[in-house]
Write a protein of this length. Structure first.
Length: 355
């Protein structure tokens, strides 16, 4: 694999280019106070909870936050790593690996990350990139599938920061890469690598691979959000890449919140049904999460695992997310290089093909 940036007749390398990876966010500590601060910001976003603030805020502040901050803090404490929050740790490793790969191939772009909620914030990071000399910034959401409640709100925060700048940065955005061949290839490689180390499910005996995507309210699909269709598209391409037969792989949606109907089928009830039906082994992979976090480690690895095993299942496997796997970092670099076309960053000839 090789990626190239087109160079104009007049060099413009003085206009420094930056790539900003954007993920959802994480509390600064696994404590009720830190989690409450994080959840208050997250659940106050009108793109996340589409209820008028005059109605929603008293419910959020008076009922939800006092209870959920305590329960979520216990869950975060169960998965917290010595270096910090899993999402932050894996994101920082992605930044380091991506920066090294791009620089090794003579793309001296600035690479950093921001969180939509919590720290470091998107606006603060754009200001920091500007201070570092960047004039052009590619916003790279770590959400492969577009949703108003993830991708769009990240761009909202970036554009709000631009609104406060007198001398604005030049911005490009990556809307989605749900069907990008490099992304699909990295997903397939991740699953194959896991199976090589832990054994492949016996699909002939009824074992299942479950692809669990983060859920969103069903009304967002009815309103025209493309997220559901893009999740299905990613799943179909991954199933084809793994050469799985119909019925060997199921697509589900996790992390439901509130009483409204969300995208179905739901992950936890599906695993319960599979265990009760006599399915011996279930492997769960989360293609929409590019880094392991509370929703994959605790919700899938602990809660959903218990649902399956207590219902009668015998063997449960959580396939890790892409994190900083070499195949994913190479895919990320390829996607980014394609998006940077016309923004020259190379200062010398290519170092060689990327594998």
């Amino acid at each position: 694999m090789r990626f190239d940036l087109e160079l104009p007749s007049q060099p413009a390398t003085s206009r420094r280019v930056a790539v900003l990876l954007i993920n959802l966010g994480t509390p600064d500590a696994p404590t009720p106070r830190a989690v409450r601060r994080y959840l208050a910001q997250f659940l106050s976003d009108p793109r996340v909870v589409e209820i008028p603030a005059l109605v929603w805020q008293p419910i959020l502040r008076g009922l939800i936050l006092p209870w959920r901050a305590r329960t979520s803090a216990r869950k975060y404490a169960a998965v917290w790593m010595p270096e910090g929050s899993p999402l932050r740790v894996h994101t920082e490793k992605q930044v380091e690996a991506l920066r090294a790969l791009l620089h090794a191939n003579d793309y001296p772009v600035i690479v950093d990350y921001a969180m939509r909620y919590g720290t470091p914030g998107i606006g603060a990071m754009l200001n920091q990139l500007k201070l570092a000399g960047a004039e052009r910034v590619l916003l790279m959401p770590m959400y492969p599938q577009y949703s108003s409640s993830t991708t769009a709100t990240a761009f909202d925060a970036a554009f709000a920061a631009l609104k406060r700048m007198r001398n604005q940065l030049e911005i490009r955005t990556v809307r989605h890469y749900a069907d990008h061949p490099a992304y699909i290839g990295a997903l397939a490689d991740q699953v194959r690598q896991y199976w090589a180390a832990h054994g492949r499910p016996n699909f002939a005996a009824g074992d299942k691979l479950i692809l669990s995507f983060h859920g969103v309210p069903k009304r967002t699909l009815d309103a025209g959000d493309p997220y559901h269709d893009q999740c299905r598209q990613t799943a179909a391409l991954l199933i084809a890449a793994l050469a799985l037969a119909p019925g060997e792989c199921l697509v589900t949606f996790q992390s439901r919140f509130g009483r409204a109907e969300w995208l179905q089928p739901y992950t936890a009830p599906t695993l319960h049904e599979l265990g009760a039906a006599g399915v011996r082994r279930a492997d769960v992979f989360c293609p929409g999460f590019t880094a392991d976090c509370l929703e994959t480690i605790e919700e899938i690895g602990l809660e959903v695992r218990d649902e399956f095993l207590q219902a009668g299942g015998k063997e449960f496997h959580r396939v890790p997310c892409l994190n900083a796997a070499p195949a994913w970092i190479a895919a990320l670099a390829e996607i980014i290089a394609q998006q940077l076309q016309g923004w020259p960053a190379r200062v010398s000839a290519p170092a060689g093909a990327l594998a």
